[in-house]
Design a protein around this ligand. Sequence first.
Ligand code: FE2
Length: 287
Amino acid sequence: METNAITCTIDRVSGLSEKEFYNKYVKGSLPVIVTDKGEWTKKEKFTTDYFKTNYNHLTRTVNGKTYTLSEIIDLCEASTPENKAPYPNIFDVQRDFPEYLDDIPEMFYGKSNRLQSSLLPDYIAKRTNKRELFFGGKGCSFPTLHIDYLGVHTQLVQIIGEKDFILYSPDQTPCFYPDKIKTNQSPVDITNPDYEKYPLFKNAKAIRTTLKPGEMLFIPSGWWHTTYIHNFNLTYAIDHVNSYNWDTFMEENYLAAKKSHPKIAWIAKVYKVIMGRLFNLKENLFD
Ligand SMILES: [Fe+2]
């Protein structure tokens, strides 16, 4: 996928310590690719034959049509830019592949993930995507340039195939003309931008990178991104909330609650403060 935006680079590192990860990339709000966190992806359980033999009872509905997992895999293997497989095909690891929970590290960096805590109320937890597998095929791309919902960080590991990521820093948000209702989505088609309608997009500076099998990409909270797939593809993703993006996460929950349950939305504000302090205390003492 070609984009007209100017391109910057991304660090590709190994041997990164938790402290370096937090200080440089989380606090610095910088994406990074880590090359030594994917040994587990080489297991036989992550091959298409294994999925087709053992998990064909799973189905997914994409664009109104329901497919078995074997059908999705076959369509993704046959996909071309002219005749694309349905996308995205997302499976919840906890619900659909519980036997994989021990094989896939819960997270690759970060001592704790507040989304995994039993202290997080169900009504908030169920709004986030926790641990997911995405199947895709050549020519598929994510439908929109977006920020991940509710201000979560995301950690992604490429299991099969290669995937391009096109990333834009949060300070460039005006260049993307966020949708007035779905404020985490941009109407700009970055492959064919309409500069008359979206002139500021000319100034946008992208990081464009290709994630290879076994590599982990960290996308910090608030970064705009989209993807493009070169070949049969399987990616794992986990959402991540820690002390750094807790306030953003709860503020987004408050704004969402204000639309659906205006009378009780204030609870999210109280929870943000009280639970934020408790999480901080717990993480400082025990993590
Ligand atoms: Fe995303």
